[in-house]
Design a protein around this ligand. Structure first.
Ligand code: FES
Ligand code: FES
Length: 208
């Protein structure tokens, strides 16, 4: 049961009032002029930070196109892409930055979109699997040709990480591919096919 605060009779201070008052008095005594100045400075800085709440307008560059929408400041990039912009390539699986199914490329680097705030991505280039070449020289084709998938839930994330890796390293070794894809998990255990696909994609992209 919650303890309710009882006011003592005759307007005498309650124990809690007493503790509050004495704590404040102690703090006032202990604070030096320098500490007080620091607190004032922090307060002044705080007041300059805009507090965002409710839905705010967002402008995101997705696959080379400027998209405008609204979303709450706490919205993740994954939610915003999937629910507001109908970009459903990145998948929600763990929703806590451990599986990689939601991977997108942000300014050339892979990120987990399930734990990236959409507001923080404004003004940055976001690439999703929707923009990848699906022809014979592209990464998706290599996954298809090399049995790089079973249930397919992890596949968009693997394809995206693979594309980001090959954008930065045209001629990766198997070890470099394994390291480049180590942020992605496949519960079906299709790693053999995934690594073969990445090697094949590197080969065809080099020859393209
Ligand atoms: S859904 Fe984002 S890492 Fe798993
Ligand atoms: S193909 Fe099923 S989780 Fe990877």
């Amino acid at each position: 049961m919650l303890e309710t605060e009882q006011k003592p009779p005759n307007n005498r201070a309650s124990r809690r009032d007493f503790l509050r008052g004495s704590g404040l008095a102690a703090a006032t005594t202990v604070l030096t002029g320098r500490a007080t100045a620091a607190i004032e400075e922090a307060r002044a800085q705080d007041s300059e930070v805009p507090i965002l709440s409710g839905e705010v307008p967002l402008k995101l560059n997705v696959n080379g196109q400027e998209k405008t929408t609204v979303a709450e400041p706490r919205s993740t990039l994954l939610d915003t892409l999937r629910n507001r912009l109908d970009v459903t390539g990145p998948k929600r699986v763990c929703d806590r930055a451990s599986c990689g199914a939601c991977t997108v490329i942000l300014e050339g680097e892979t990120v987990y979109s399930c734990t990236t705030l959409a507001v923080s991505c404004q003004g940055k280039a976001i690439e999703t699997i929707e923009s990848f070449d699906t022809g014979p020289n592209g990464v998706p084709y290599a996954f298809h040709q090399n049995d790089g998938l079973m249930c397919g839930y992890c596949t968009p994330g693997f394809v995206t990480s693979c594309k980001a890796l090959l954008d930065q390293n045209k001629n990766p070794t198997l070890e470099e591919i394994q390291r480049g894809l180590d942020g992605n998990i496949c519960r079906c255990g299709t790693y053999g096919g995934v690594f073969k696909a990445a090697l094949a994609a590197a080969k065809t992209m080099k020859g393209a």
